[in-house]
Structure formats: structure tokens, C-alpha cells
Write a protein that binds this ligand. Structure first.
Ligand code: DON
Length: 328
């Protein structure tokens, strides 16, 4: 049978970047140091629900910071943009993901994609939902992934035991009354949300849900409101790759989010969810192979938001239709 061009291309890119062994596995969470450095998976899910994948696309790993866009979206739906804005800003920080830096004047964290901002968002949800918060987060992430997700207890315990820097951030936020009194419990939820196990396919489905206006294209479930998706994607576009966000926007040009266990998810609005998994990270905490593969994939198909090939977000859609017809 004729193989789809997207499948051919991801296999080619996977083979090409497998030899890239730059970077190191994260070790500041002791359990993450055990991640197999050579793991490498790629998964694409289109906004029409077609799946293309290669390599270790079914290997589970912890979602880490890639949970942050979803918790931010939930907070927006619960408290509105203004309610959330009292606790966290929307400016790229230009600082590291774990930086202990708050905005002048308001003392808010710069944005919800860095640790400080994400802790503040999770605390906001925890102030309203208390002990139910984790179940609600897990339900929403599971709906976006299209299957029931679970938590890696050993990674959770490992970070809870050693996450002194995040604990310091939570207490600094408490000092400024930006989180409620139960900061320690909220932090527990934050560590747990980071320890949710996903595969590349799950991440690509979450990305495709965002690409598809909040509706999971495989299950058909509406996971986030359409208006929420706009807020989530803008923050991912400007802040999702931490202090590499500007360069990423320049080179790849789509909203994205990375995590320290080596996951990277990117969204081509109205077209495609992209996910890569490779645990070796650069000094900013982004997956080395993931970045390079996405740069080339975006160039190859004109996925950059401002690429003239991407006009009307219809390029891939047309290509997918053509190939479906020629396969028929
Ligand atoms: O809070 C932390 O440090 C981790 N649980 C998540 C950080 C993360 O994924 C940053 N990503 N590159």
C-alpha cells in the first residue's frame, strides 16, 4: 500500500536525528536520572484524527511541564482571564524555567509556563477544589489524551522529597498572598500533575485537541472551550519553551511546550498535533532532538505560522485530502 508522505517524513527525520546525542538527561529529580537517554519517539495526530508515528511512540514518561498549558486552561475557564491575571502574568520571562523571580510591582510570576506561574495556577485551582483538584486535572488531561492516564508514584515521591526550590517558590508566593494558606498541599498537586505518565501518542493527541479547537479529534470529546484554546496557545507561543521561546518562534513558529523528562508538544493550529520524546536536554531544559526534528518538520511542510505556505492553515489539510483520495 502507498505510504503517506507524513509517515515517510517522520521516519526519515527519526533516523536522521537518532545520531544526535547532544545534551543530558535531567537529574535534579533523582528518579528522572534513570530515564533511558536513547529513547526517541515521534507522533503526529491530525485535527481530523489520523495518527502517524515512529520509534518509541508508546514509551511512557512523565509529562512534567507539558501539563502546564492544560492547568492554565482549566484556571481560565474557572476564574476568567482577569481572575487568573491577579495571580500570574502573561509575559515571557527570558529566565530559566525554575527561576525565582517575580514581576516588579505586582509580585506575580511572569507567566504560567515557568514553575512559579504554574504553581500559582495549580494553587488557584486548589483553593477552589481542595482535595478534588488532582482528580479534576487528571480527568481533563485524560480527556485530552483520549485514554485514562495515571501517575508515576516514584517520580512524584522523588520530586516531593527533593523539590526544595519549588517549595521555596511556593512559600515566596505565600509571602505575597499570591497563593492560599495551603501552599504545601497545592505544591503536592503540582508535583503530582508533573508525574502523570504519558506517551508520545498521548501528547500528540493533546496537541491535536488544542489544534482542533479544544475537541479531541479521535474521541470527539470537547475538552476545552474554544475561547480557552486561544489563551492557551498564545501563552505556549510566547512562553512555552522558556528562555528559548523567541528562538523557537523564529525557527519553528508554532505554539509549543517542553518538559524536563524529554517530551515536546507542538500545535499547528487547525491542522496538526506534534509530539516528540527524547530525554537528552539542552541547558534550558528542552529536548535537543525534539527541537531539531521540529525545525526540519516545520520547514518541510511550511508549518510556521507566518510561512506563506501556511496561508489559511489549509496546506496540510489539502495534502491530507489529496493523499486520502490517491490511497482510495
Ligand atoms: O517543577 C519542576 O521542576 C518539574 N516538575 C517540571 C519542570 C519542567 O518540566 C521544566 N521543563 N523543561
Amino acid at each position: 500500500m502507498h505510504r503517506h508522505e507524513l509517515q515517510e517524513v517522520i521516519e526519515h527525520l527519526h533516523a536522521r536525528y537518532r545520531s544526535l546525542t547532544d545534551g543530558d538527561v535531567a537529574t535534579y529529580i533523582p528518579e528522572l536520572a534513570k530515564s533511558p537517554p536513547d529513547d526517541f519517539g515521534v507522533s503526529l495526530v491530525t485535527s481530523g484524527g489520523r495518527v502517524f508515528e515512529t520509534g518509541d511512540a508508546d514509551r511512557p514518561f512523565t509529562i512534567q511541564s507539558i501539563s502546564k498549558p492544560l492547568t492554565f486552561g482549566m484556571a481560565i475557564e474557572e476564574f476568567g482571564q482577569e481572575g487568573v491575571a491577579r495571580h500570574v502574568g502573561v509575559e515571557p520571562s527570558g529566565d530559566a524555567f525554575n527561576s525565582i523571580e517575580l514581576q516588579n510591582g505586582t509580585n506575580r510570576p511572569h507567566n504560567p509556563m515557568i514553575n512559579a506561574g504554574a504553581i500559582s495556577v495549580t494553587a488557584l485551582l486548589h483553593a477552589r477544589f481542595g482535595q478534588d483538584t488532582m482528580d479534576l486535572l487528571l480527568d481533563r488531561l485524560s480527556a485530552a489524551a483520549g485514554r485514562r492516564l495515571s501517575i508515576d508514584q516514584s517520580v512524584f515521591e522523588s520530586e516531593r522529597r527533593t523539590g526544595h526550590r519549588n517549595r521555596a517558590i511556593a512559600h515566596l508566593l505565600l509571602n505575597f498572598a499570591l497563593v492560599h494558606d495551603e501552599a504545601e498541599d497545592a505544591l503536592g498537586v503540582y508535583f503530582k500533575q508533573c508525574a502523570i505518565l504519558v506517551t508520545c501518542r498521548d501528547m500528540a493527541t493533546i496537541a491535536a485537541t488544542l489544534a482542533n479547537m479544544g475537541r479531541n479529534p479521535i474521541t470527539g470529546e470537547q475538552v476545552l472551550e474554544v475561547q480557552t484554546v486561544k489563551s492557551v496557545l498564545s501563552i505556549m507561543f510566547t512562553c512555552g519553551m522558556y528562555d528559548y521561546s523567541g528562538e523557537w518562534a523564529y525557527r519553528v513558529g508554532v505554539p509549543a511546550k517542553s518538559g524536563v523528562s524529554g517530551g515536546l508538544m507542538a500545535v499547528v493550529n487547525r491542522q496538526l498535533g506534534i509530539a516528540t520524546y527524547s530525554p537528552r536536554l539542552d541547558r534550558r531544559g528542552n529536548s535537543c532532538r525534539g527541537i531539531e526534528l521540529c525545525v526540519e518538520l516545520a520547514a518541510r511542510f511550511g508549518l510556521h505560522t507566518f510561512d506563506c505556505l501556511n496561508s489559511g492553515s489549509s496546506f496540510l489539510e489539502v495534502m491530507l485530502q489529496d493523499q486520502t483520495e490517491s490511497n482510495a
